[in-house]
Design a protein around this ligand. Sequence first.
Ligand SMILES: NC(=O)c1ccc[n+]([C@@H]2O[C@H](COP(=O)([O-])OP(=O)(O)OC[C@H]3O[C@@H](n4cnc5c(N)ncnc54)[C@H](OP(=O)(O)O)[C@@H]3O)[C@@H](O)[C@H]2O)c1
Length: 310
Amino acid sequence: MMTDDTTQAGRVRMHAGGPEFSSVIWGSMRCEEQFSSVGELADFLRFLLDHGVTTLDTANVYGIPHPYTVEEFLGKAIAEVGRDKFEIVTKAGIQRISPHRTVNRVRHFDFSEKEIRRSVDRSLEKLGIDYADAILLHRPDYLMEPAETAGALDALIAEGKTKHVGVSNFSPSRLKLLTSKLKAPVVTNQVEFSPIHVEPISNGVFDTAMLDGHVPMIWSPIGGGRLMTGDDERVVRIRGVLAEVAKRNGLAGAAEAAIAFVARHPARGVPIIGSGKRERLEGAIQAVNNPLDRQDWYDVLAAYEPSLSI
Ligand SMILES: NC(=O)c1ccc[n+]([C@@H]2O[C@H](COP(=O)([O-])OP(=O)(O)OC[C@H]3O[C@@H](n4cnc5c(N)ncnc54)[C@H](OP(=O)(O)O)[C@@H]3O)[C@@H](O)[C@H]2O)c1
């Protein structure tokens, strides 16, 4: 994941039989709030490409204020820049109440073949692309029928609608259940990990990734901004330690130190940066190229929970 040029993202093979992504991924969840026009977003995408950030993360459900609108906005910007310059990851399975999805009475999850197909077809149409580089199951559907869901994912690959498949927010046992029926490899598990959300280091998610040979994608590496703006005691304590760690490592600040913390875990998870600000993307690239040393990493972990580093 390291490159000689610390201003450029590197390349990461997500699985032996999987895709190569950039070592920093950009997440589009907040893009409607961050960019006021397609042209502005397209300029930002060009900036990402100039820095080696070629992988874009999105989802059928993303949209502010109403779910299900981001992919159309993002798709128009991708069309301006060129689809073939990017790896595009999207997700299916979340059902939200929205004027754009009036059949939903309650928030729920749906991994039935019918819904996965409907969602993926809609994503491809809204994004204006013929195929995705990876389709992920977004959040566990507790009513998942493993053979049906696995069959739907394998069929999407066979039909050329996606190059690869993966999951998000899956526990190790749920992943095993799915892979017991799936022919294609799961190329990633996209999970939350940050100095204020450390569960994957101890709940088996990262151990399983390393055993299975897939690289996790890391969402909200700075807690969706909460790490920088939160005022509860623990967050303030962690932010203080991160600021010190940033100084020691020549990083821009606490947010960048958080990304360097994430990058240090041997599961080598690839952070998805949700910022729409260029300087924050540059800082994230520098951080990924300079993961923390062992003592700084444990210093941050101890700020989260002292007993974890005793
Ligand atoms: N699979 C899932 O269930 C799941 C869930 C959530 C997200 N995701 C994916 O992960 C991506 C990243 O998630 P995220 O946006 O929550 O990630 P994040 O990078 O932790 O948070 C980004 C947010 O933090 C703010 N921020 C960044 N640096 C800051 C600083 N120094 N001071 C104050 N605020 C700062 C950004 O604002 P600015 O724009 O102003 O910098 C933005 O609002 C999403 O876009 C999505 O693709 C996946």
